[in-house]
Design a protein around this ligand. Structure first.
Ligand SMILES: C[S@@+](CC[C@H](N)C(=O)[O-])C[C@H]1O[C@@H](n2cnc3c(N)ncnc32)[C@H](O)[C@@H]1O
Length: 251
């Protein structure tokens, strides 16, 4: 724990990923029609996408699950403030140990890791788990990384936490989804501007904290963390890692 604490991940953020308001609205439209639907968001964080989908369709209901108590509490407060609390349940829990619930629509956005297992199997695990939650015609918004191009050895070194085999090209990502019982309804990807906005949020939170707390015993640690993140981003992911939004239908 840093003293004083760093801001929570939802500080100054709409989504916990590279996603603009306009793009989110398009993704929700692509998932539709949502009338009467039960929408389940797994690894929902503070469930901003789920809450926006529910706000746009008064007959839909929602369920979200995430391990992070603070994020879930923030999502619940947003649901209350927007008059959505009677149509959405947000639970704190481990998706890997969760027994599932009826779903017409599933969202798994930036959260393929919630099912556990080796990172190189996360994408396939997520597709298989969600295929098991949906009946024929069920819809799935899957937000997942892919390689924009083959990363160099130096770029892979800069993003040491990401094994090359964890992700694949965009066509191969779509093929993997098709091989697990889905068809593709729509596709888009995060723009560089959306990525930069997302990654800059971390940089800004750390730099603002350092400016406010120059004498904290944790200042060197926070500065080192900010420096590591900048290398990960600018020398690693920025030109190599894409983020796809696959709108899928269960066959
Ligand atoms: C990159 S965030 C994406 C959050 C959200 N889907 C969004 O788009 O804003 C990944 C989320 O997965 C959650 N998570 C990680 N492991 C989990 C698990 N085993 N069960 C449930 N949630 C988990 C984290 O707490 C985090 O909120």
């Amino acid at each position: 724990m840093t003293t004083p604490p760093l801001p929570p991940p939802y500080h100054g953020a709409d989504f916990n990923g590279p996603l603009s308001d306009a793009h989110a609205a398009r993704l929700i439209r692509d998932l539709g029609p949502l009338d009467g639907s039960r929408i389940v968001d797994i690894g929902c964080g503070w469930a901003e996408l789920l809450l926006r989908a529910l706000a746009g369709e008064p007959t839909a209901t929602g369920f979200g699950i995430d391990l992070d108590e603070g994020a879930v509490a923030h999502g619940r407060a947003n649901a209350r403030a927007r008059g959505l609390a009677d149509r959405v349940e947000l639970a704190v829990g481990d998706a890997g140990a969760w027994s599932g619930t009826h779903a017409d629509v599933v969202v798994n956005n930036g959260s393929s890791h919630v099912w556990g297992g080796d990172p190189v199997t996360h994408t396939a695990n997520a597709l298989e788990a969600v295929a098991g939650l949906l009946g024929p015609g069920g819809r799935f918004l899957f937000g997942e990384c892919f390689w924009l191009r083959e990363p160099t050895r130096r770029e892979l070194e800069a993003m040491a936490d990401i094994p090359r085999a964890q992700y694949r090209s965009l066509p191969d990502l779509v093929d993997l989804a098709l091989s697990r019982g889905f068809r593709l309804r729509a596709l888009s990807q995060a723009t560089l501007e959306e990525w930069d906005r997302f990654e800059s949020r971390y940089a800004r939170n750390w730099e603002d904290w350092l400016e406010r707390n120059p004498d904290s015993p944790d200042a060197d640690g926070v500065r080192a963390r900010a420096d590591r993140h900048r290398d990960f981003w600018l020398r690693g992911t920025r030109e190599t890692l894409g983020f796809a939004y696959l709108s899928l239908i269960r066959v």
